[in-house]
Design a protein around this ligand. Sequence first.
Ligand code: IVH
Length: 674
Amino acid sequence: MKDLFADDSDYARIDELRKELHRHNYNYYVLNAPEISDQEFDKLMYELQGLEAKHPEYSDSNSPTMRVGSDLNKNFKQVTHKYPMLSLANTYSEADVSEFYDRVTKGLEGEAFEICTELKFDGTSISITYVDGKMTQAVTRGDGIRGDDVTDNVKTIRSIPLVLPSGKGYPHEFEMRGEVLMPWTVFEELNKERELHEESLFANPRNAASGTLKLQNSAEVAARKLDSYLYYMLGEQLPHDGHYENLIEAKNWGFKISDNTKKCKTLQEVLDYIAYWDVERKNLPVATDGIVLKVNSIRQQQLLGYTAKSPRWAIAYKFQAERECTRLNKVSYQVGRTGAVTPVANLDPVLLAGTVVKRATLNNADFIDKFDLHIGDMVYVEKGGEIIPKIVGVDVDSRPNDAEKIKFITNCPECGASLVRYDGEAAYYCPNDMTCPPQIKGKIEHFISRRAMNIDYLGPETVDLFYQKGLIRDVADLYTLKSSDLFALPGFKEKSVDNILKGIEASKKVPWSRVLFAIGIRFVGETTAKVLANTFDSIDALKTATLDDLVRVDEIGEKIAQSIILYFKDDRNLEIIERLRDAGVQLKSKSEELSDRADKLAGKSIVISGVFALHSRDEYKELIEKNGGKNVGSISSKTSFILAGDNMGPSKQQKAQQLNIPIINEETFLKMIE
Ligand code: IVH
């Protein structure tokens, strides 16, 4: 029987924990002033997760536990904006700003007005609806009329409140608009990791933020550490006529509002603000690309109105992307893990956006041809939102008569092998993947990285040192490293040697799907490796698979299949695999997983709802997965059945009836999979 008393006290604790955690989130992510340690925070979160798992009947879509996201994949629902999301007209000069000021003065027939000046954050815009102080929906800009419902993803952004503290006097319903941002440090870290895995890099934090917000898996979004600034409140009953005053109010409700927003009374104050931030923005932790000017009074905004595309009461002043002209002295060539050769321009040092630039990427041979680059050319280098400077033009007139045209190299600069160009690819490759040093080191770095074998205490520098000393030539050599080898190296003491060897030992427990990713078969990324490992229980099964077997697997195309076949045709790869096997690395699914696996629920989508007596929710989830089924979060026409306990919510019951979805109790379910 249900213990009502225990439930009540659990509920009180759940409520208390949710309030506490919302407050600590706000202190940490908005105020930057935590009151408790990360460990204490995690402990409270853990307690709440436990209680929520025990009491699904108390689940709340705005609980702080939602911040961690979910593994479910989803396609986004399209939503029509209540108020269209317009863009701003752009200006680039003081004269343009002054004209805007005059237009507003005229439009308001001489009435006094104030301008709210704000930073123009360079991320991706979002509109978030709150009803009775709770986040109900977050939608991207889309085409301005309709956007994608990315609520689950936005809930993982810790600086955006899920629930507003009560008694603050916010309207029954309102929207907050603002920018979702990826801070520079997070962006650089993400790109470094992507570079290591030879995944395409994000050109700037804006692309990274919008790409992240569109990920189908909110747990992945949570890991990307997005941030936000909110800059616009909309609704029928806003607290003030002043836009600035509304933002101050929103700050008091828990939103992250920039402290650098300012109210200006004169054109000169606006111009001073622009001049100050043109320089000072370089010290901000997030990317900005201009200043936004808004007439402060909402009444006056309405008087001024809108054009078809943008408001007449606001304008964006865009900062100039910094550009300099400098000499191209030489081209050097870098070789990556896959052997792709990237040309790099060596330039006369030039100060650009606060840093000295000496090198710029030339991308590939086509890029060099496009600009018809010559050694000694004066080239224009730009650093806009991008972190890697790029060449955007050449001053052909200043080219010396005898300038030598740049010809792409024909041999690998590292090992001398003849370069090859594959059909349909822009890059040249060094085909010598077994002995070309940067390729070997790159492969080992990929193998030890966090998402692959996750070998702690080993990094690119140690790999380089081990390679220089002849201790490693391929990934299997890691497993024969001895402490005496390491002690002989400069700076290696007991603790570091112990840590490295323990890390290598621990990697022998890494499951087969990640080992498959780690060995670095071309085109077999993390997700593909998981898909393959689900179908092929072991490396031996994969090795003997034919092209037909491979392409029959969902998501595996001809290109990946060919690459796998090619990998196993190479005796040197087979030899490395045998040495990994001897070392005890997991080259097959664990036997208990295999023997446990059944497919009684193959192809079934199952929703779990209510409170259960015989097993916990998590146990049922596991049972579904072990039997080849899929546990999904919400009922749709694709749901096969609902596994229901006590107290299934009335709306779920109604939906199940409408769609004619069977409801099955615990006992029947357990019989099904017996
Ligand atoms: S106000 C009707 N304020 O710039 C006014 N926009 O082209 C709506 N943005 O799509 C926008 N910082 O993504 C506003 N402080 C700020 C902003 C800002 C960045 C972005 C926003 C918008 C675009 C305008």
